[in-house]
Design a protein. Structure first.
Length: 146
């Protein structure tokens, strides 16, 4: 088996690993985007709830209602803080996935370049051998009789 064939197999394995890394990168990016959207949604919900609280507060609100609103707003704030932490973690996973994909991609590119070099080298060697065989054959010349 020629070196180019052996390395082609290795290049295919590297390509498969690269595809898996790309899928993982896509998944981590999707999760990160979802986390950002969830944070934005929580912030909108908090704003809506605060506006409702202010509106009801103007028309008069009992102590129990005020405590309930405050407790709920605290819960929303806690959810927002937790979501911010999720975003930081998912962003870190995205960076790690990106680095992993880049490393695997580089290896794939190196394998592809190596395969091409071996193929070119083998092609030149085949051409050289063919030329040598042609040169070593006895040449027959035709003589013309007059």
């Amino acid at each position: 088996m020629k070196k180019s064939q052996r390395f082609t197999t290795l290049a295919e394995l590297a390509k498969n690993k690269e595809q898996q890394a790309a899928i993982a990168l896509g998944t981590s990016n999707r999760i990160h985007s979802e986390n950002i959207k969830k944070l934005e949604s929580l912030k909108r919900y908090r704003l809506e709830y605060l506006n409702r609280f202010k509106l009801e507060g103007r028309s008069g609100m009992g102590v129990l209602s005020m405590q309930t609103y405050n407790k709920f707003i605290e819960n929303i704030e806690q959810a927002i803080n937790n979501q911010k932490l999720q975003i930081i973690e998912s962003e870190q996973r995205c960076k790690e996935s990106q680095k992993h994909w880049q490393a695997v991609h580089s290896k794939t590119e190196i394998m592809n370049i190596t395969v091409e070099r071996y193929k070119n080298s083998e092609l030149k060697e085949d051409e050289r051998l063919e030329q040598k065989e042609t040169d070593d054959r006895p040449h027959t010349t035709q003589s013309t009789t007059e």
